[in-house]
Each structure stands twice: as structure tokens, then as C-alpha cells.
Design a protein around this ligand. Structure first.
Ligand code: ASP
Ligand code: MG
Length: 401
């Protein structure tokens, strides 16, 4: 018994039946004697549909109005879910993000939570109500509505769990937990009992798409243990926490990310400061550079090759072309036919030979590696997009039994 935060994603509340399914889960948690705060996302594809509606009006709508528009999706969900709870005889009330005290910074469409004033929430809990809070939204200092970026409801839930010192934070979704690979692509992928925050952060950024990245960062920062579970199938999910038992599982997951573009700047003068000039241009535009390769110098020039998110490739290319005179350089090429495949596992810190096993698995499939990068708990390779699924399967076979 205690205070439990339960978050339900868009697919979990997409229609009448799913809403009642969620209401039953919440009602059971309540009847077991817990205080419950529920965080919900917009129903099904609502957010995408709203974005499409905006596009019918303007090719460049203002960020403030986008947030005004997108925040409506969550408002529908909280009202409907609260009605369903009341139908089941549960005392409940819905609160928008601002009613629930979410204060954010100014940046529309990707706001950060600054603080949560939990007074109203706590007084509703004290009245023995289940509180249903709209995820993804808050209010900035000018009292304007902000949203937290796509998938931001996870972050709302974790932030609430931290602010309320909740005993548990459950993230309900349409999958049963975190898997060793995308189970839709690789049916033999297995569900993990537990995973560390650091591993989850790597997997989230590698495209495993179970939890929003910032929510995991926040959970790590405030020590909020997360439970990722299915809203449709009541089986144990995956626990995400600071440290997990080392049970001989060297690799926790294999992830594929197709959101990569490779940019090559040929024949950059081989003198000090060139990398600084190139990458500071990208940093100024908040473009995340991931893997960097620099060829060894020849004829007083070198090639700089690096990856950026596919979604930012065009911006990167125009910034570089506009400022080409600053760093010299010849042709700038962008290639989008690549994918990044990565293995993640805290266990590799204390084991040798992990990289060579990964490369062997690729070699056995005749898959060519274009770029490699490693960190303490991750190894990534850039390969042809057309090889990616085969690569994931082969690497998975090599490490996970
Ligand atoms: N509805 C928002 C989105 O689709 C927030 C969320 O689902 O977490 O991105
Ligand atoms: Mg959503």
C-alpha cells in the first residue's frame, strides 16, 4: 500500500473499450488500498492527427499555437478516463497539466519541467480521489501552455512520481516490457526482467522506443524505479533501476536505428582547429553529432565523416555549405542509406572480446561495416540499411541465448 503513479500511453486509451480496461486497472489498484495518480497521453493517433490539421492551415505554424493545439489531445483522455472511473464507482477527478502544477521553461514544443506545485494534487488525494493528470503539458512563466516534446507523457509521470515521492511508477504500454530486440521484427527476442537506467538510456536513444529518453534521465536523477508493463496482458514487465543483478547477461539488447545520416566533408585542410570549426557550427544549431571518423592526413588534407540524425541532415548540410569558407573543405556529401546497429550491456565493461564477437557475427553474414563507435556499455556500427535487420538477428543469436 502506498502512492502509485500509473502512466498509460495513447494506444492504451485509444477507444471506449481500452479506456474501460485502463479504468479497471486503476480501480483495482485503488481497491487494493493505494493512492493513485494516473497520467495519460492523447488517444491513439490524436497527436499526429492534430499535427496534420495544423499543416492544413500553415506550413510554418507558430510554436505557441502548436502547443495550444496539441495539449488538447491529453485533455480529452483525462476527461474520458475520469468518467469511466466514476462509472465504476471510483471517486476521481481530472486535472490538466497546469491544474496539476506543472511549471515549465519557456521553450514551446520541447519545454522542460522546472517544478511541480503539488498542492492541488495532494488536496485531491487527501479527499480520497484518484487524480487523473494530463501528460505532456505544462504552463510557462507567462501562463502560456507548453508541451514537453513527443512522448513527453512518460516524463510527466516520472516527474510526478519524484515530486510526490511515490512508492512506484508504472509505465503501461502496448508491449509487455523491454526486450532484447524489437519483438515485432525479431520474434525470438526475450523480455528483460530488469535493466539499468544507463542501459535503458542507450537503448532509448538507439531507437528501442519503449520509454522516452528524458523520462529515463529524470528517473535516474531522482532515483525513481520504473516498471514498464502491458496494459493489455497482466504479466510481469521490466523493472528499470540504478543497478541490476549481474546474471551472466553480457548484452541486454540489440537495437537498430534508421534515423541516421552520414555526412562526409572531403579534403578539409590538415591544420589545427578544423574539427572545432565544423562541429561548433553544428553545436550552435543543436545538431547532435554521434559517430565521428577522421581520415589520416594526405596531401595536407583529410576527410571528416560523421553521423547526425536523419531528421537534421538537411539543416546540417545547409549550415555547412553556408559556412564552407570557414573551414575550407571540398565536397560535402550526405548519405541516407545507412542504419546504426548497436549492442548495449553494462556487463561488457568487465569483459573482453565483446566487440570481436559482434564483428564476427557481421562477418559471417558478409555484412560490411562502415563506421564503428564504442563506449563503456555500448558498441555501435554503421552498416547499409538493407543489411540492418539481418545484422540485428545475427548479433542477437551471437549474444543472447
Ligand atoms: N501525445 C503526445 C505524443 O504523442 C505525448 C505522449 O504520447 O507521450 O507525443
Ligand atoms: Mg503518444
Amino acid at each position: 500500500m502506498g502512492l502509485i503513479v500509473q502512466k498509460f500511453g495513447g494506444t492504451s486509451v485509444k477507444d471506449r473499450n481500452r479506456i474501460f480496461n485502463v479504468a479497471r486497472i486503476v480501480a483495482n489498484t485503488r481497491k487494493a488500498g493505494n493512492d493513485v495518480v494516473v497520467v495519460v497521453s492523447a488517444q491513439g493517433d490524436t497527436t499526429d492527427d492534430l499535427i496534420a490539421k495544423a499543416a492544413e492551415i500553415s506550413s510554418n505554424p507558430s510554436d505557441r499555437e502548436m502547443d495550444m493545439l496539441l495539449s488538447t489531445g491529453e485533455q480529452i483522455s483525462i476527461a474520458l478516463l475520469t468518467m469511466a472511473l466514476q462509472e465504476l464507482g471510483i471517486s476521481a477527478i481530472s486535472l490538466t497539466g497546469w491544474q496539476a502544477g506543472f511549471a515549465t521553461d519557456r521553450s514551446y514544443t520541447k519545454a522542460r519541467i522546472k517544478r511541480i506545485n503539488t498542492e492541488r494534487l495532494e488536496s485531491e488525494l487527501a479527499r480520497n480521489r484518484v487524480v487523473v493528470v494530463a501528460g505532456f503539458q505544462g504552463l510557462n512563466r507567462s501562463d502560456d501552455i507548453t508541451t514537453l516534446g513527443r512522448g513527453g507523457s512518460d516524463t510527466s509521470a516520472v516527474a510526478l512520481a519524484a515530486a510526490l515521492h511515490a512508492d512506484r511508477c508504472q509505465i503501461f504500454t502496448d508491449v509487455e516490457g523491454v526486450y532484447t530486440a524489437d519483438p515485432r521484427k525479431l520474434p525470438k527476442a526475450t523480455k528483460l526482467k530488469e535493466i539499468t537506467f544507463d542501459e535503458m538510456l542507450e537503448l532509448a536513444s538507439l531507437g528501442a522506443q519503449v520509454l522516452n529518453n528524458r523520462s529515463v534521465e529524470l528517473a535516474k536523477k531522482y532515483g525513481v524505479e520504473l516498471e514498464v508493463i502491458s496494459s493489455l496482458n497482466p504479466v510481469p514487465g521490466t523493472i528499470v533501476k540504478e543497478e541490476t543483478k549481474v546474471e551472466g547477461m553480457l548484452i541486454k539488447g540489440v537495437a537498430k536505428d534508421e534515423n541516421v545520416a552520414v555526412i562526409s566533408i572531403m579534403e578539409v585542410p590538415d591544420v589545427p582547429g578544423m574539427s572545432f570549426k565544423v562541429f561548433s557550427l553544428l553545436a550552435q544549431r543543436n545538431i547532435n553529432v554521434d559517430i565521428i571518423l577522421q581520415s589520416s592526413g594526405r596531401d595536407n588534407s583529410k576527410d571528416l565523416i560523421f553521423t547526425v540524425p536523419l531528421t537534421e541532415a538537411q539543416t546540417a548540410l545547409s549550415v555547412l555549405n553556408e559556412n564552407k569558407n570557414r573551414f575550407g573543405g571540398g565536397d560535402i556529401k550526405v548519405s541516407t542509406d545507412y542504419a546504426k546497429v548497436s549492442i548495449v550491456g553494462a556487463g561488457m565493461q568487465s569483459h573482453s572480446g565483446v566487440a570481436s564477437s559482434m564483428f564476427e557475427a557481421l562477418f559471417n553474414q558478409g555484412i560490411n561495416i562502415h563506421m564503428i563507435s564504442t563506449s563503456e556499455i555500448k558498441i555501435s556500427v554503421i552498416i547499409d540499411k538493407t543489411d540492418a535487420d539481418r545484422a540485428v538477428a545475427a548479433i542477437h543469436d551471437a549474444f543472447i541465448h
